[in-house]
Design a protein around this ligand. Structure first.
Ligand code: ZN
Length: 210
């Protein structure tokens, strides 16, 4: 099976319009390695284009995407923890100065979890077990949303991921040393608005957008 035509054509445009004119920088990236400004943990959702949201070029962000932008529990048990491995690499090896959890509106993963809680649907497969990371989520009424509102769950998911990040000893250590800053953000697809978590009082405030 051939690649979809749109991807084939897109790749050709990328080579012509972006890679060729910027060849020097790509060669430099290849030779010097990566030194990203931040690691971003975002959702797999096809509509969440992290590089576009922050208007960055290749090499600027170390992006990990998983269903619902979740951080797993710290479980050094020798099993296959993809998200934990990426966090470890970014913090320990790349020594990123910023770690960002980027939630988003209309999140299918969060909605699936909400439906599961509401309808008491038994968890199934990898996805069901992944979403149990949201169990015990604390919904904050002061966000202006009522329990059951999807946005409230999305914001609570971001808060929960930050808490879980701090369960990783190397994250805690670098943050305590002032070498790593943690950030919680929420992007609204329709308006483009970006909310940032203020950890001193737990509230989310707009960084701009409609
Ligand atoms: Zn999502």
């Amino acid at each position: 099976m051939a690649l979809p035509k749109t991807l084939n054509e897109g790749y050709r445009r990328f080579l012509r319009d972006r890679h060729a004119p910027d060849r020097g920088r790509y060669i430099q990236l290849a030779e010097l390695g990566q030194a990203p400004t931040a690691m971003v943990i975002a959702c797999c959702d096809a509509r969440i284009d992290v590089s576009a949201i922050f208007d960055v070029e290749a090499g600027e962000l170390f992006i990990l995407r998983n269903v619902a932008n979740l951080v797993p529990n710290y479980e050094p048990d020798g099993k296959h923890h993809g998200t934990s491995a990426a966090i470890e690499f970014a913090v320990q090896e790349l020594k990123v100065p910023h770690l960002i959890v980027l939630g988003h509106s209309n999140c299918g993963g969060i909605e699936a979890y909400r439906q599961k809680v509401r309808n008491k649907v038994p968890e199934r497969g990898f996805l069901g077990s992944w979403l149990t990371l949201l169990d015990g989520l604390k919904i904050v009424e002061s966000d202006g949303f009522t329990y059951g509102d999807e946005t409230a769950f999305e914001l609570a998911g971001v808060r929960s991921s930050l808490v879980k990040l701090r369960n990783f000893p190397f994250v805690r250590k670098r943050e305590k040393a002032g070498l790593l800053a943690l950030h919680g953000l929420h992007f609204d697809l329709a308006s483009g608005s970006l909310l940032a978590l203020n950890e001193s009082d737990g509230s989310f405030a707009s960084l701009g957008g409609a």
